[in-house]
Design a protein around this ligand. Structure first.
Ligand code: EPZ
Length: 422
């Protein structure tokens, strides 16, 4: 087991590119199940969640090869439609295998993924959508048994009560090979939805309106293999920008999609940061003193992303004044607060609201990563704290960040990955 040792005080400065998006590569790897042949996916980050997804694809009978950041999946050899509990539980987003397997095999047996550190995460929208495609769903021994009884999935109209990312992905995966047309209303609009649709449309699917609230999918009889490159990870871009701002530095992140980070630019400007975009590059320079951010409400895209809440909270702990957060997406996504208090920050939480009173400085501390994004906030606090910080449970961080210690070292950070016993 590893841990990170961070010595604070270095001002980050420099130019980087970022990894491919975790929340894009996962559903796209699942979507390769719908393609009869070899799909070649470039710009895949090296993450434990990607490894877990590959383990499920291989269990289902697919041939998967990886060369650096390129993954090739040949799903022509698929020979199963069940996913065992141990593989499902490795990560929450394994639920999108429901749409991938149903779309390809017309039946699927999966255990329910269960909750995680940030909330109960029910799957009611996934299941009710699947039933609207005409699937029959029963539960046997904690397993979901889904079948279209040999009739195949039927195109349908689905109105989502909440623009769930995962449910929208499952509907798209189920609809591309279904009979007839599917219309999703109140669909998720996250950039990762666009990337999934772009991949499938390159394979011959007919998906229209991805990125908008209404998506229309005309079912086709088959998909042909293609090559695709995963979009840059907007959450990772935000994380490294915030890290640099907290240390009073300057950064240029190259080859990103500027519109994807739109929702975090204004709050950073409110904190006094100077942000400019030129082509596919974003530049950010920190002010002498960070200012408080009046209110941050997490919302579905294009609102402020919940996956940047913890990192932005870390920034406000050293800002002049009081900042307020409202976490609207997940019911228990403040687990990092207890750890941030160890740095000497001042934060109070009441239900979905958190109030942060900025302090002059943070002190190094022994903390743990409570979840993926909460863990990244620990690194950020450690980078600007006085003295050493030790972060354990970093397997959470490895789920979503590809060698963060190497990227941050390029920017001048003093961060090391060491064995837990050292
Ligand atoms: C995706 O999770 C992301 N994960 C999450 O990123 C992200 O936080 C989330 O979208 C919101 O942006 C991946 O893409 C792999 P949702 P997902 O379905 O699809 C409720 C990270 O840090 N809901 O949009 O699971 C649910 O409980 C991760 O990278 C239901 O009630 O999110 C939650 O409160 C964390 N019933 C809300 O909707 C359902 O059937 C949003 O969930 C489905 C969801």
């Amino acid at each position: 087991m590893n841990k990170f040792i961070v010595t604070g005080g270095n001002r980050l400065d420099g130019e980087i590119t970022v990894q491919g998006a975790k929340n894009s590569v996962l559903p796209i790897l699942v979507a390769t199940l719908l393609v009869n042949g070899e799909s070649v996916i470039h710009n895949c980050p090296c993450l434990s969640d990607v490894d877990a997804t590959i383990r499920i694809l291989e269990y289902l009978g697919c041939m998967v090869t990886r060369e650096g950041h390129t993954i090739t999946v040949d799903s022509s050899t698929i020979n199963r439609y069940d996913v065992p509990d141990n593989l499902m539980r490795e990560m929450r987003s394994s639920i999108v295998f429901l749409g991938g397997i149903m779309g390809r095999m017309g039946k699927a047996v999966l255990s329910t993924p269960g909750g995680c550190e940030i909330g109960l995460r029910p799957i009611d929208l996934h299941l009710s959508s699947m039933e609207q495609f005409g699937a029959n769903i029963t539960t046997e021994n904690g397993c979901l048994v889904c079948s279209s009884d040999g009739k195949g999935l039927q195109g349908t109209r689905i109105i989502l009560s909440f623009p769930s990312v995962g449910a929208t992905e499952n509907i798209i995966l189920s609809a591309v090979l279904a009979k007839g047309t599917t219309i999703i209303s109140n669909a998720a609009r996250e950039p990762e939805i666009n990337d999934l649709a772009d991949f499938l449309n390159k394979c011959g699917a007919r998906i229209y309106g991805a990125g908008e609230s209404t998506i229309t999918i005309e079912g086709v009889s088959a998909l042909k293999p293609c090559e695709h490159s995963i979009i840059p990870d907007r959450i990772v871009v935000a994380t490294y920008m915030i890290a640099t701002m907290m240390t009073g530095g300057k950064i240029c992140i190259k080859d990103i999609v500027p519109s994807h980070i739109g929702p975090i630019i204004q709050p950073l400007r409110d904190a006094g940061c100077i942000i400019s975009v030129s082509g596919r590059n974003v530049m950010a320079a920190a002010p002498n003193h960070l200012k408080r951010i009046r209110m941050i409400r997490t919302m579905p895209h294009p609102g402020f992303p919940t996956d940047v809440q913890a990192q932005m909270m870390a920034l406000t702990t050293i800002a002049d004044g009081t900042s307020v957060f409202v976490e609207n997406i997940f019911e228990s996504r403040y687990k990092h607060v207890g750890e941030l208090l160890r740095f000497g920050s001042k934060i109070s939480v009441e239900g979905r609201m958190a109030v942060v009173e900025g302090v002059k400085s943070l002190n190094g501390a022994k903390v743990k990563a409570t979840d993926l994004r909460g863990g990244s906030a620990m690194i950020l606090a450690g980078l600007c704290a006085e003295g050493k910080t030790e972060i354990t449970e970093i397997h959470h961080i490895d789920r979503g960040y590809d060698e963060p210690e190497k990227v941050l070292s390029i920017l001048g950070a003093d961060i090391k990955r060491v064995n837990k016993d050292e």
